[in-house]
Design a protein around this ligand. Structure first.
Ligand code: PLP
Length: 369
């Protein structure tokens, strides 16, 4: 490297980061498009959230409440949590980034899993630290592999539960075993972005474990079941010392006012969430069966999407299916970047969208759906 630099130079490692690529939105030349690539809900947001957002439009000259009090109160009330253990973020993505910013230094390591959410890796590298990948087993987090990946340099372990793009989950007892095996200074991050969708007796989003430990946090989002992805609202439930550290570096007004109002209204509309979850459960089941009947392998999902695996046969691979579906207006997510070269992830859509995908994939596979 020349000693005279002719332009600003990013910190070491920044230019090694591959920027996040969001789900496709467009199908060129197709009139009607069903976007099933970003795990957005087909139900939209609660009408109460929309109304709260509209009311916020009358006061755009005012700074928002930097404590997001109305939203934190609504969250605390719903889950019976202490207000001081809740911090809101501009999407949970911001909170994941803040955790890396606060707890990682160059030379540190953070453990992620084989098919884990790509944002973790980006934020770990952004902090100058090194991501260490633990293998998964049957598209599911393997607690033993995660524990084996921990070294004296490890500072954070990231677990998405349920996982994205797999849709699988780790039982509460296994999460507790993982926590028990970690040194007390290692932070365990439980990313429960899809928790509301899970209907399993042995699942916990993480509230109980956070409440009883000093090195566990749980992140949640309003982007998925609440249908407020556009507003960017996430929250974290964490021990006071962790909230305190994050509060020192976050943007002072990291949530905008209409988002605070809409989020608070949304979390109080449980009927709306129940309907969305009911629709999702019905279609997870129907899609899993229908796609399996077409000869595809489907990873069992507890979230609002399914991961389907294609045959390793010319003309029948995931890339071929992706092109076939896109040309007919059905946009799914290619998941190569997540270690699935021959698979697609499909978000559960409206009845019309779901039926359309089944029919179109039936055509693609040369079978009747
Ligand atoms: C969608 C998603 C999030 C949520 O991100 P937001 O920034 O809150 O929109 C977090 N983690 C995982 C695994 C996700 O799939």
């Amino acid at each position: 490297m020349s000693s005279e630099l002719n332009q600003p130079v990013p910190r070491p490692g920044i230019l090694d980061i591959a920027a996040y690529v969001p789900g496709k939105e467009h199908a060129p030349g197709v009139a009607r498009v069903f976007k099933l690539s970003s795990n957005e809900t087909p139900m939209g947001p609660s009408p109460r959230a929309i109304e709260a957002f509209r009311q916020g439009a009358g006061h755009l000259e005012l700074y928002p409440d930097g404590q997001a009090m109305a939203l934190r109160e609504a969250i605390a009330e719903k889950y019976g949590l202490n207000l001081s253990n809740i911090l809101c973020g501009n999407g949970s993505d911001e909170l994941l980034g803040l955790l890396c910013h606060v707890y990682l230094s160059p030379g540190d390591e953070a453990v992620i899993t084989e098919h884990g959410f790509l944002v973790y890796k980006i934020q770990i590298m952004g902090a100058g630290a090194t991501p260490v990948v633990a293998k998964e087993k049957d598209c599911t987090v393997d607690v033993d592999a995660v524990l084996a990946a921990v070294t004296p340099k490890t500072k954070i372990v990231f677990i998405a539960n349920p996982g994205n793009p797999t849709g699988t989950y780790v039982a509460a007892s296994e999460i507790r075993r993982l926590h028990a095996g970690l040194p007390k200074h290692v932070l365990l991050v439980l990313d429960a972005a899809y928790a509301e969708y899970v209907r399993r007796n042995d699942y916990e989003a993480g509230i109980e474990l956070v409440s009883s430990a000093r090195n566990v946090v749980m992140t949640r989002t309003f982007s998925k079941v609440y249908g407020l992805a556009a507003l960017r609202i996430g929250w974290i439930y964490a021990p006071a010392a962790i909230i305190d550290a994050m509060n020192r570096v976050r943007g002072p007004f990291n949530l905008n006012a209409p988002a605070i109002a809409a989020g608070a209204a949304a979390i109080r509309d449980q009927d709306f969430v129940d309907k969305a979850v009911e629709h999702n459960l019905l279609w997870i089941d129907k899609l899993t069966h229908a796609l399996t009947d077409l000869g595809l392998k489907v990873t069992p999902s507890v979230a609002n999407f399914v991961l389907m695996h294609f045959p390793d046969v010319d003309g029948k691979r995931a890339a071929d299916a992706d092109a076939f579906l896109t040309s007919r207006g059905y946009i799914l997510r290619a998941v190569k970047g997540y270690g699935f070269a021959n698979s697609l992830r499909m978000t559960i859509g409206s009845e019309e969208a779901n039926r359309g995908v089944i029919e179109t994939l039936g055509e693609f596979m040369g079978r009747k759906a």
